[in-house]
Design a binder for this molecule. Structure first.
Ligand code: BGC
Length: 737
């Protein structure tokens, strides 16, 4: 059999990446180069012959290991050059073992845990031949109507950057060439989370200053960290769809940030440049995307069809193509694919093994946020309860608790709340179950009676409600974010029985809960918790674990408050309790000037229902003695901000300590608070700790009016506490060198 060029290069020992890739490039025809820039869905009927012909650089959505090995064999042994394939898959929050949705993982504020989840997802997907995931999604998300908020790490740039890096570490491991590592992808570059009205794929208008200060920092952080790839967003950014946006993809990503990795389009986003009204036909769409900086086309074939002629006509230069192909071949080299294109048929570790499930349980537990606990309703004490009514469409549904993007989940392995509660209490507590509603969306109240009946005779009603999986995720946006269907009516009906309600909500986004909050004694927000949701929630309900999650996103009172986020600007007329006038307090025919004249709505309070960073515990944490090590800091210096944290309850628990800073005056206005540090700390009952944050003055830098990143001298406030409304405050000055 003739030896192909890759086999020859593999035999030439000790070739470094640059020499290997440039030698390979020198042997490639233009068609073969464009082949490397093309990613095909696994369902393409001509896929095998296309691979053999060198027309495919990557396949997405194939997860059968034998089929993948067959594809790799065709590519590495039967194509002229022998270049192996990138095998892409959306491994978003687990592969076979499903962890909480990313927004849930973000509620753990634990980089360590998020990394562990991604590591397991990498191992399980690598078992099946996947070598590239389209995660993490690091779009700042401040609109809970947007279905993809579920896939996000929340509203804050620091939290999102820190956890995004943790995911990349988990996916990519110490070395991309390890058989358990997969390449990560920072997506969707950039601004997708700002889709107008939270409607997917919608226009985004983000002033450059806001883009640089809020939306880009997570992408910059991941680029600096070494994420292997980027994905361009579907969306239109300030009039130029990102797929054809040379300013974002070339000027910022390549020139300013010097990102060396490959950039993939989103699904068919190149031909969609025509639909956007940005390109006249698919040929010019291919031209715009290639010129702007898209290295690989996902799912469509405009590159294959039109790039050859565009090069021939000299509209595009061959060296542009070579740069793109070099990035893609570099990635294949880094992944070790030239040496080892095949996946072993014996898995690296068994999927869903005990260790994986233990991490899934810990992640589900640490991501749950306790939002209300009237008179210590929780934890439930089995010795004080004779019977429990478990009610709701999500109480016993192993699929719905997994959430969005779970193509490869083993649904049968999910343990539901009902199963786990029964298992936990054994014979000690009588458990009765009524679903009440067929689905979370149902408006049919026929089965309410069964639920009412079991609630009437129970000591406590545990209601497991929320959103089924399909109601969040890509293209699954909502115009209201109340509990869907007639779940509120179900709560009202159970409330009428007089039995106290413990409400557990599983959902892919914040839900507006103001109306139902007074009706429930306790409220635990569990997001979509994944495979081990049931056992994790059960341990929290019965006190075998203590809630420790904190909200990674603000919970509004009503949908009309959106966008509502803690890092807002002060405005010239900030809302305050002194000036706020509620609609019910307005006198008839009162002169308008009586209405406070500040930035509020009349028909809802100006605060959120639950602020960013909020979450209760079964113990009590107190903060005092905030202190700045240097009251007048010189730019360039590192200083410390500290406080004393005490666990004054009688239970050992973890607390997420948060540091916020406000720059009082800037050349562009600054947010009223910005998260600048956080730590998850364990304190035994009665223990006190000094919590110290090291702050470098560079962390106070922001993009100014000239779009330069600068640290401006001036006065600052700093707070340390358990959520973004903390009042434990100090101040310091930053002085020029
Ligand atoms: C999504 C991406 C995803 C891709 C591949 C697109 O519709 O926007 O996030 O990675 O599909 O499945």
């Amino acid at each position: 059999m003739p030896v192909n060029i890759c086999q020859q290069l593999n035999n030439a020992k000790d070739l470094d990446k640059a020499s290997y890739v440039s030698a390979l490039l020198a042997h490639m025809t233009l068609k073969e180069k464009i082949g490397q820039m093309s990613q095909f869905n696994n369902e393409d009927e001509n896929l095998r012959s296309l691979i053999k012909n060198g027309a495919v650089g990557s396949v997405l959505n194939e997860v059968d290991v034998e089929t993948i090995n067959e594809f790799q064999r065709l590519a590495s042994e039967e194509s002229r050059l022998g270049i192996p394939l990138l095998i892409g898959r959306d491994v978003i929050h687990g592969f076979n073992t499903i962890f909480p949705i990313p927004l849930g993982q973000a509620a753990s504020w634990s980089a360590e845990l998020v990394e562990d989840c991604a590591r397991i997802a990498a191992v399980e997907s690598a078992n099946n031949g996947v070598n590239w995931t389209f995660a993490p999604m690091i779009d700042i998300s401040r609109d809970p109507r947007w279905g993809r908020i579920a896939e996000s790490l929340g509203e804050d740039p620091l939290l999102c950057s820190t956890l995004g890096i943790a995911m990349v570490k988990g996916f990519q491991g110490d070395n991309l060439a390890d058989s358990s590592s997969i390449a990560a992808c920072a997506k969707h570059f950039a601004g997708y989370g700002a889709s107008e009205s939270g409607r997917d794929y919608n226009t985004t208008n983000i002033p450059e200053n806001e883009l640089r200060n809020v939306y880009l920092p997570p992408f910059k952080a991941l680029a600096d960290f070494g994420v292997a790839t980027f994905m361009a967003s579907f969306s239109d950014l300030n009039g130029v769809p990102v797929t054809g946006n040379s300013w974002l993809l070339n000027d910022i990503l390549r020139n300013e940030w010097q990102f060396p990795g490959a950039l993939v389009s989103d699904w068919e986003s190149i031909p969609q440049l025509v639909t956007h009204g940005f390109a006249v036909d698919e040929g010019s769409a291919a031209f715009e995307a290639c010129r702007a900086g898209v290295d690989m086309e996902m799912a469509s074939d405009t590159y294959a069809k039109y790039l050859p002629a565009l090069i021939e006509d000299s509209q595009l230069e061959l060296k542009q193509i070579d740069t793109k192909v070099t990035r893609l071949l570099n990635l294949k080299f880094d992944l070790g694919l030239f040496q080892t294109p095949f996946t072993q048929s014996t898995p690296l570790t068994e999927p869903l093994n005990r260790a994986h499930l233990a991490v899934a349980k810990k992640a589900a537990s640490q991501s749950c946020v306790l939002l209300k606990n009237k008179q210590k309703t929780l934890p439930l004490l089995p010795e004080k309860i004779a019977s429990l009514a478990v009610i709701g469409p999500l109480a016993n549904d192993g699929y719905e608790q997994l959430g969005t993007w779970v193509f490869d989940a083993k649904v049968d392995s999910s343990i539901t709340c009902l199963e786990a509660i029964k298992d936990y209490v054994g014979d000690t507590v009588e458990i009765k179950f009524a679903q009440g509603l067929a689905t979370s969306r149902s408006n049919n109240q026929e089965d309410f009676n069964q639920a009412i009946e079991i609630a009437l005779t129970a000591d406590v009603a545990v209601m497991i409600l929320g959103e089924e999986a399909i109601l969040s995720g890509e293209a699954h946006c909502r115009s209201t974010i109340d509990l869907p269907g007639c779940q509120e009516q179900l709560i009202n009906a159970i409330y009428q029985t007089g039995t106290p309600i413990v409400l557990v909500i599983m959902a892919g986004r914040p839900i507006t809960l103001e109306k139902i909050l007074p009706k429930v004694a306790a409220l635990l927000f569990a997001w979509h918790p994944g495979t081990m949701g049931g056992p994790a929630i059960t341990d929290l309900l019965f006190g075998s674990a203590c809630p420790s999650g904190k909200l990674p996103v603000t919970f509004p009172r009503t949908v009309g408050q959106i966008p509502l986020y803690y890092g807002q600007k002060n405005t010239g007329r900030p809302a305050s309790d002194d000036t706020f006038v509620d609609i019910d307090a307005i006198q008839v025919r009162a002169p308008q000037t009586s209405l406070g004249m500040t930035s509020t709505h009349l028909d809802t309070h100006f605060t959120p229902l639950f602020p960013f960073g909020f979450g209760l515990s079964y113990t009590q944490f107190d903060y005092k003695d905030i202190h700045v090590s240097i009251p007048a800091v010189i730019i360039g210096e590192i200083f410390q901000i500290s406080a004393t944290l005490t666990n004054s309850g009688n239970l050992a628990a973890e607390e997420i300590v948060q540091l916020y800073i406000r720059d009082l005056v800037g050349s562009v206005t600054r947010p009223v608070k910005e998260l600048k540090g956080f730590q998850r700390l364990y304190l035994s009952a009665g223990e006190s700790k000094t919590v110290i944050f090291n702050v470098h003055s560079d962390e106070l830098a922001f993009y100014n009016r000239k779009m330069q990143l600068e640290t401006e001298p001036g006065f600052f406030h700093a707070w340390i506490g358990g959520d973004s409304t903390t009042e434990l405050k100090t101040s310091f000055e930053l002085m020029a060198k």
